[in-house]
Design a protein. Structure first.
Ligand code: AGP
Length: 614
């Protein structure tokens, strides 16, 4: 939520900062702005709307040449997306400029305090108070790092703040509490970003800041302290993401490119997981075998798409390990006083590793002495850093706001976790685990087969541009797939789309079915005959009420034809692994339908990639 960039070096700051914002725009696109420091003065450019508006304005009237600057792309929380509310915000004297990600919870109280001294505010944001307070400090004679420390000590809430002072043209100062911030280390130049995408084309050496740390950036160095000026350590890491992975590679949308990257992403997420003895090894698993053996409950917490991955995980973990699993929305978890102790493993699933609801939930779990394992795609982000163990997915950067390769690689990590627990607890024989691993390793090829039929799905999607309501049905592991398929359509096509467990339909939701309404049905493989048969009954019930059914069923399933107005065939795979392939046509369907409707698929309205506010 909100993208932040900072730069100090020898190049033109406007170009470097705009380049970083372009790569971070997926984090928020309500407005964008940039400030450079030139000749002892701040120059600010900002515009409501997407970054293109700002780029156009700066193309017509560039900021003066400068080698130090900060920028911001906004997802609005306080105040609508207007020019005035766009960051950077400046203090009353126009000497200090600030960009911010997060929410300053006590901004109102702080604001009333200084409004009494005739300070005039130009925006409705919570951020502007920080610019005024830091400016008051530097005007009183302290330097920018000290000003930042003093102000951070007064702020409540979540914030990454980056500030520049017109009278201090060689330093950018940033602070971090509960919002992401990474430093890019260059030669004679240094960078700041909400994530590494901001500077990936300049440097791959990075520093991850800890909580409540301040970083002072000059051309030649980086100094880190806590909020009281005590020197502190940040964690160095190397960025191994491929730069091309952050480009569209000939596709119209990042999302479409990311859908087609799924075979590779799944393969990468499986690499190196089996030792020479054939046993599963999860290097990032820093939990002792006894701790795994003693587990008597697993609670999975996540949001959105990651939550649906967690629902699939429940089926696999319970089936393979006989350990009870609860799956809970992270935003609800800590408010229900959950029963957890040291024999509970809390699994947090998050593509970004920065989702505030999930982060707060794991903090709560740890205070209750539970062990926390993160499944995450973003190296060095907050959630894995605050967990006892991590399984990284290897999807590479996911730029499209709607998660796709993030989801399938989360599924892979969940299967790996389930098998690892089964191996450690001895609830499955080694050869069974080996067999499931082989099946998993064949999944990239199965996904390729589904992708090869993308044109059929596109044709179907385009036939549905006039529909305002679409239902999705599934059972067992196909139920979360139905929910995820519906979420994709809501996010991208802005349609009423709902996923249901097919057996639940007759308890109420069937009243929604109207003549001609499209219903996408995820049909379980035939190996589980009772499940398959019950699904067909559910499909029959909606057909009897006029629905137009689009069935996703395995190839060679001859029983499905009478139930399907349209058929999308899936390769034959075991029922528990079917979500890995069944979700793919639903992603393609949503992407194509939204494209046909003329929507911005990568930047859907009202959304942001990483939700760093609760
Ligand atoms: C997915 O398409 C959504 N954009 C959203 O539901 C997302 O999955 C959710 O916000 C969780 O994000 P995370 O995985 O980064 O924690």
């Amino acid at each position: 939520m909100c993208g932040i960039v900072g730069y100090v070096g020898e190049r033109q700051a406007q170009d470097v900062v705009l380049g970083g914002l372009r790569r971070l725009e997926y984090r928020g696109y309500d407005s964008a702005g940039i400030t450079v420091v030139a000749d002892g003065e701040l120059s600010v450019g900002k515009r409501a709307g997407k970054l293109g508006n700002l780029e156009k304005a700066l193309g017509e009237e560039p900021l003066p040449p400068a080698t130090l600057g900060i920028g911001h792309t906004r997802w609005a929380t306080h105040g609508p997306p207007t020019d005035a509310n766009a960051h950077p915000h400046t203090g009353g004297a126009g000497r200090v400029a600030v960009v911010h990600n997060g929410i300053i919870e006590n901004f109102d109280e702080l604001r009333s305090r200084i409004e009494a001294d005739d300070h005039v505010f130009k925006s409705e944001t919570d951020t502007e108070i920080a610019a005024h307070l830091i400016e008051l400090q530097v005007v009183s004679g302290v330097d920018l790092p000290t000003a930042m420390q003093r102000v951070c000590q007064q702020l409540d809430g979540a914030f990454t703040l980056v500030a520049v002072d017109a009278a201090d043209p060689d330093r950018v100062v940033a602070a971090r509490r509960n919002s992401p911030l990474v430093v890019g280390l260059g030669e004679g130049e240094n960078f700041l970003g909400s994530d590494v995408a901001a500077f990936i084309d300049h440097t791959r050496e990075a520093l991850e800041l800890g909580q409540d740390q301040i970083v002072v950036l000059t051309r030649d160095g980086v100094e880190v302290t806590d909020f009281f000026g005590v020197p502190a350590e940040a964690t160095p890491f190397h960025v191994d993401w491929d730069l091309n992975a952050a480009e569209k590679d000939g596709h119209d949308w990042f999302m479409r490119k990311e859908i087609f990257e799924q075979p590779r992403a799944v393969a990468d997420s499986l690499i190196g997981r089996r030792g020479v003895d054939g046993l599963l090894q999860l290097d990032e698993m820093r939990l002792a075998d006894e701790e795994i053996r003693d587990l008597d409950k697993i609670i999975i917490i996540a949001c959105g798409t990651s939550f649906y991955a967690g629902m699939v995980a429940k089926y696999a973990i319970e089936h393979w390990t006989r350990t009870p699993v609860e799956v809970e929305l992270a935003s609800e978890f800590r408010y229900r006083d959950p029963i957890i102790d040291q024999t509970t493993l809390v699994v947090a699933i998050s593509q970004s590793g920065e989702t505030a609801d999930t982060l707060q939930a794991i903090r709560h779990a740890r205070t209750q002495r539970a062990k926390v394992l993160a499944i995450c795609n973003t190296n060095g982000s907050s959630i894995p850093r605050e967990s006892d163990a991590v399984i990284y997915t290897h999807a590479g950067p996911e730029i499209g706001v709607a998660s796709t390769k993030g989801f399938v690689t989360q599924l892979v990590a969940c299967y790996l976790l389930a098998l690892y627990v089964a191996q450690t607890k001895g609830t499955r024989f080694g050869d069974e685990i080996g067999q499931i691993m082989q099946q998993l390793e064949s999944m990239p090829g199965r996904i390729e087969e589904v992708l090869a039929r993308a044109d059929d799905v596109y044709r179907l999607a385009r036939e549905h541009v006039a529909n305002r309501s679409v239902l999705f049905l599934g059972r067992h592991a196909g139920y979360p797939v139905a929910l995820e398929g519906a979420l994709k359509l809501k996010e991208l096509a802005y349609l009423h789309a709902e996923g249901f467990a097919a057996g639940e339909l007759k308890h109420g939701p069937i009243a929604l079915v109207e003549d001609g309404m499209p219903v996408l049905c995820v049909v379980p493989p035939r190996g589980r005959d009772h499940l398959h048969g019950k699904m067909l009954s559910g499909i029959q019930e909606v057909r009897a009420r006029g629905a137009r059914t689009i069935c996703l069923a395995e190839e060679g399933d001859t029983t499905i034809a009478p139930y399907a107005d349209e058929l999308i065939t899936l390769p034959r795979v075991p029922v528990l692994l079917q979500p890995l392939i069944a979700i793919v046509p639903l992603q393609l369907f949503a992407c194509e339908l939204a494209t046909a409707l003329g929507h911005d698929v990568d930047q859907p309205r009202n959304l942001a990639k990483s939700v760093t506010v609760e």
